[in-house]
Design a protein around this ligand. Sequence first.
Ligand code: NDP
Length: 326
Amino acid sequence: MFNALMVEKDDEGKTSASVQQIDLDRLPKGDVTVAVEYSTVNYKDGLCIGPGGGLVRNYPHVPGIDFAGTVETSDDPRYKAGDKVVLTGWRVGEAHWGGYSQKARVKADWLVPLPDGLDARQAMAVGTAGFTAMLAVMALEDHGIKDGPVLVTGAAGGVGSVATAILANLGHEVAGVTGRPDTADYLKSLGATQIVAREELNETTKRPLEAETWGGCVDAVGGEMLARVLGQMKYGASVSAVGLAGGAGLPATVIPFLLRGVNLLGIDSVMQPYDNRVRAWARIAKDLPIDKLDAMVQPAVLSDLPALGRDILKGQVKGRVVVDVN
Ligand code: NDP
């Protein structure tokens, strides 16, 4: 028997989450069984711990969209008992039981070997949010980061914190947008040199182009803020669109694309091909300073998750939560 956070749905459609003891037979089908060491809390986890947000297919459900741990048994030649692995994406924790459990059974295709230089706890301090931040930075690099500050929106959140630390470590000037002025010192400790108040950017303007300001942008917010930022990008600069913390709409014009050659780059972490996953994890191990990572982390255990799920949906989680499932 082992512990897992189980979400159940009652006859009236109301969900409730609690830590329960389950046995191996209840785990879904898969070729690799992993002894999970750490998981984390992402925005999607907030939805899956709580009302589901249309993501969870069947109840009872074990959420947790990412985890790191050690292979216990494997029917796939690529993995053997004792291998250290990390998993993000593939709708694990949504359509498939996830990482809020001491054991998980998944497809071998979904796993990535833990990169040299990161242990399981550090990998989950990075988690889906940090992995996605790295993908966003790699996409900016592939298109060329221009001179001038790189803007990070939702900077004090998970994606934003890791993007800030990576970009600063790579030598870029970083401007962090936050709605929480009390996180300014935290953002500066990660390497941000400029703090931009959320109010400055979350209003629409009638002007499709403003002063050319940003050499690149990692955007976790979307909505009106993304529309506004597009008109402030330098000529030929790129925005990696990662998230929708501020809304899924995009009330923009095409003028920044036509007159300034601005690029809007879509970032998806869920279905990312294996080779690029390996490349991103290797870059994380190399380019994300571990001391900065440690400063972002707040520890948690399985029984903390119902409250943390509510907090992240309200935008009240700072940095990264690392869940020790044992
Ligand atoms: P967090 O909740 O940790 O961070 C989001 C941050 O956005 C908040 O901390 C806050 O930053 C800011 N924010 C929240 N609400 C608003 C608002 N109404 N207007 C403006 N800013 C707001 O989430 P994550 O960092 O884990 O994820 C960020 C986004 O990226 C989410 O939308 C998530 O779904 C998405 N995502 C996408 C992935 C992909 O594959 N494309 C993978 C992972 C995440 P501050 O307090 O600094 O203002």
